[in-house]
Design a protein around this ligand. Sequence first.
Ligand SMILES: [Zn+2]
Ligand SMILES: [Zn+2]
Length: 379
Amino acid sequence: MSTALDLKAFRRELHAHPEISGEERETAKRVLAVLNKLKPDALLTEVGGTGILATFGTEEKGPQVMVRCELDALPIQEVNSFSHASTIKGVSHKCGHDGHTAIVTGLAEKLAKDRPSNGRVHLLYQPAEENGAGAAAVLKDPRMKDRHFDLVLALHNLPGYPLGHAVVRKGAFTASVNSMVIALKGRTSHAAEPEHGINPALAVAEILTGAIALQHNVPTEDGLRVVTVVHVDLGSKDYGISAGNAEVHLTVRCWTDAELKRLEQDIEALSRRVAATHKLGIEIGYCFTFKANQNDDAAAELVTEAVRATGHTLVKRDHPFKWGEDFGLFTAKYKGCMFGLGAGEDMPALHNPDYDFPDELIPHGIELFHTAVRSFLQR
Ligand SMILES: [Zn+2]
Ligand SMILES: [Zn+2]
């Protein structure tokens, strides 16, 4: 390893060739091409699908640290026209996972130059974060099942915060999030004779009103409950037919997994009551599940020390973020910390069509991860 990696060019290359959750094959190839130059001491590919686990250090008895980044982009059309704009129609890196990948690859470069002698550092390039499937798939991979990590770390860039400011929290960092599909089955009839069918329209209205009434959207309170209607489907545009089927799609979110369970049960009970009243069949399903990210106190302290030691500004936040992050599955199993890194105050928000990860943030992420990891290994 003589010449330094051009991480800005690497990040832009990933940005120009985005792939959605579960399809990050070319992205993984691009990452592997760079990692191979760094000669990791161990390398697993196709982890949980398209994921990669690169290990630096060979000492198995010492501390085992895992640092995660994400490979996937989003099904959003990029509106930017800069030279590294997405070349894939309708797909773009609007969460900055290209930047997170560049940061972890920069960490790999540092670890390759000065390999850990005590313990090992595992760098996980995780697929499919955006649909909540990737972390679960990685943990189910037979090669990951028996592994133990003493510390797991991840970061997310945060538009709206000054560039390079670090947001660290003990306890929850992101919300517990689930998506509900409530399917109602009635019976179609002639539109002239709705009395001969079972039209679910009123039931849909009651479920929506009732579910939204269960909301308590006050982020500063422990009992936060957010209910969002994302999609409703009722009947068809056939004007001779009274609707016979409907689907209500909601996302629900709370600060804790336990509170979310209660909210789901409340919405289920309400929906079943309404369906019974209207003589409708009902099926309730869930998808896109994210566990709350619970930061370990000592791990959050370690990151806080790294923030101070590197001269970064520490930002405290009195409540977690309302979005879901599937790193929560790792912090449910291992002690760890997810923290935020300001991406600039005037940046477009995550998942907005004009968002682009700021390249200036890459060295900040590398330095924070590297400092935290080294100080953990030296303990
Ligand atoms: Zn995202
Ligand atoms: Zn993200």
